[in-house]
Design a protein around this ligand. Structure first.
Ligand SMILES: [Fe+2]
Ligand SMILES: [Fe+2]
Length: 294
């Protein structure tokens, strides 16, 4: 689906109360785009929001980042973990804050939604570690945020969402098929739109948009960066593996559930998949701790 399509425009036009990301996010993005920005400068910008400061410090001192209890100032956090990690922490905190994480609304169990997001993030991260990707952390965040379009659809387009559920149940088809038949687009398109509206980095936009159609990204934009397509493949694979956990570990026979083209692109051999399986339980534990702190 073209992001400028009429169906998408008409649908998102109905959203009247879309949460916004804090102005801090725009400030951080702007500062990061300027190569002259120093850690002190970025630290000063974040320091203007004390609640954010304590959250960032809590997170960077957690086991997730591997420096437990050793970082006491934002500037120190930026120097040790780098600009992009701090941006990712602020981004995740802001996005999660924008949507409710409790209760059940309009047929979507929000706690279940976040559990799925967390598992997808952790499994995607484990795949990124296996592939020795240099964007392991981005992979976790991309997995965590991949289904944001579903939240927008269920919480901000309730009439349309109810129609989708009705058609899904009546016709006995998948959620995705029902979205396509009722809306002529999917939560992937809605998520991609949201990510663009929020000025999220392009790889996150593409993951939200293409996680159910991973082979489409290159077709629709031949200039898509190789790292971004890899990111989409990993999140796509993690999304399907997250539905097949046995005793807290991904079921290796479920690898066959992954789109064969994506599986080939992942280039993980039999030993790699075994290492991945062993590592994933720990990744899930770390991701859970990360989310509990937000
Ligand atoms: Fe999805
Ligand atoms: Fe998903």
């Amino acid at each position: 689906m073209n992001p400028d399509s009429n169906e998408l425009k008409a649908l998102v036009h109905k959203i009247t109360d879309l949460p916004t990301l804090p102005a801090m996010m725009a400030t951080i993005t702007r500062l990061m785009q300027d190569p002259r920005t120093s850690a002190e400068e970025l630290g000063r910008a974040i320091a203007s929001d004390p609640a954010l400061v304590s959250k960032v410090l809590k997170l960077v001192n957690s086991a997730f980042y591997g420096f437990p209890g050793r970082i006491s100032t934002i500037t120190q956090a930026i120097v040790i973990l780098g600009f992009s990690t701090i941006r990712n922490v602020v981004l995740t905190t802001s996005v999660l804050k924008a949507f409710s994480r409790n209760g059940s609304q309009n047929g979507i169990d929000v706690a279940k939604f976040w559990e799925h997001s967390l598992l997808t993030g952790a499994i995607a991260r484990s795949l990124a570690v296996e592939r020795e990707a240099n964007f392991v952390e981005e992979t976790f965040i991309a997995g965590l945020l991949h289904d944001m379009g579903r939240i927008v659809l269920s919480q901000k387009l309730t009439a349309e969402f109810e129609k989708v559920i009705l058609v899904k149940e009546k016709a006995g088809i998948s959620q995705l098929q029902a979205e396509q038949s009722v809306l002529k687009l999917t939560h992937g398109d809605i998520g991609g739109w949201l990510a663009r509206k929020w000025n999220l980095p392009i790889p996150y936009v593409d993951v939200m948009r293409f996680h159910h159609t991973p082979m489409e990204s290159l077709k629709q934009d031949p200039n898509t960066q190789a790292d971004t397509t890899t990111l989409i493949y990993m999140v796509h694979a993690a999304d399907s593996l997250s539905k097949h956990l046995v005793d807290g570990k991904p079921d290796l026979s479920a690898i066959h559930e992954i789109d064969p083209a994506v599986r080939a692109e992942l280039k993980i051999g039999p030993e790699g998949w075994e290492r991945f399986q062993l590592r994933t339980e720990e990744e899930i534990g770390k991701a859970r701790a990360f989310l509990e702190m937000l």
